[in-house]
Ligand binder design. Structure first.
Ligand code: ATP
Length: 302
């Protein structure tokens, strides 16, 4: 069935809409080095002094690297940036093949759920689409700059929610005037002031749910070509979840493509018209939400 569902879902999407994301036979491999790879050392961890010394040595090495020139040096620097050190491989560094030959095309106006059991590769594929993970093989093509909204996205804990709203808006490319004008709506949408004036308090005074709501409110204040949301809805309460689901539908209507990673089948069902199901880094199914969720639920209960 999956192939048929995939074909009919895609055929419908393809009719009028341009593609926004093409993932072509993508492979992503994490490389682990040092004690993390071999499990050596006490509990695999390092003391602060050791980490500081390592950081200082790395900085020194980096400075020396900059002073040198030549292809050999440059390629070594590139390998180090991408984590592909010859040394780690020779020393038996371990690898995790997180995405294994995944291909799909996303179209403007689609809201696509990404599901799968723990460690199946959902966050990794979003990070790859956002350009944060180098591909081992295959390609990702995107329209515009995709925005990845994760529950761990960085806001500044010492600044108030309100300041973070302004900074977040500026970081998304709004003018100071636009940021100022949007500020109240964003705070209202996030609901952080429902139980008092929290927007003027530093973010460190927020619960994790409140912080996640504010992040979602900031990111969704702008229309994105491709917006990717990693579990953000799971942290809000039911009222906020309803609001954010409605906002995702609006974003979709405003011609973007939305990807939503979630373990809540209900959120996926209420928000998405298409679902990608990953297991162990491979795409098991790609098709209409109801069909994919039915098969997934059967798999999870079986
Ligand atoms: N930084 C990392 N270094 C090494 N391996 C990693 C790293 N991040 C993820 N992995 C591995 O890659 C695979 C995919 O992980 P990923 O976080 O993408 O899964 P997920 O489907 O988002 O999981 P979950 O539902 O638990 O959030 C897993 O085997 C995981 O252990």
């Amino acid at each position: 069935m999956s192939e048929q569902a995939q074909q009919s879902g895609q055929a419908e999407a393809e009719q009028n809409r341009p593609p926004t994301v093409i993932v072509d036979n993508l492979h992503i491999v994490y490389r682990l080095r040092g004690s993390a790879a071999g499990g050596k050392g006490k509990g695999g961890g390092k003391g602060k002094a050791e980490l500081r010394a390592q950081a200082a040595a790395a900085r020194q090495e980096q400075q020396q690297e900059r002073r040198r020139s030549g292809r050999g040096r440059a390629s070594r620097a590139l390998r180090r940036l991408t984590g592909r050190t010859d040394a780690s491989e020779k020393k038996g560094g371990r690898t995790v093949h997180a995405i294994k030959g995944v291909s799909f095309t996303a179209y403007r106006g689609e809201a696509i759920g990404v599901i799968g059991s723990n460690g199946s590769g959902k966050s990794t594929i979003l990070r790859a689409i956002a350009g944060l993970m180098p591909a081992e093989a295959g390609r990702v093509y995107t329209e515009g700059q995709p925005s990845l909204l994760g529950v761990n996205a960085a806001l500044m804990n010492d600044l108030s929610g309100e300041r973070n709203v302004i900074l977040g808006c500026l970081a998304m490319g709004m003018t100071p005037q636009e940021a100022y004008e949007k500020r109240e709506d964003i705070i209202k949408f996030s609901g952080i002031n429902e139980k008092g004036d929290f927007s003027s308090l530093p973010m460190r005074a927020y619960s994790s749910g409140m912080a996640a709501r504010l992040r979602f409110a900031i990111a969704s204040a702008k229309n994105h070509d491709v917006l990717m949301i990693d579990e953000a809805l799971a942290t809000g309460d039911r009222k906020f979840r309803r609001r954010s689901e409605a906002r995702i539908r609006e974003l979709r209507g405003e011609a973007g493509t939305v990807f939503l990673v979630s373990h809540s089948n209900k959120s996926i069902r209420d928000t998405c018209d298409r679902v990608l199901w990953l297991e162990s880094g491979s795409l098991v199914m790609d098709g209409p939400t109801d069909e994919v969720l039915e098969a997934y639920e059967e798999f999870m209960n079986g």
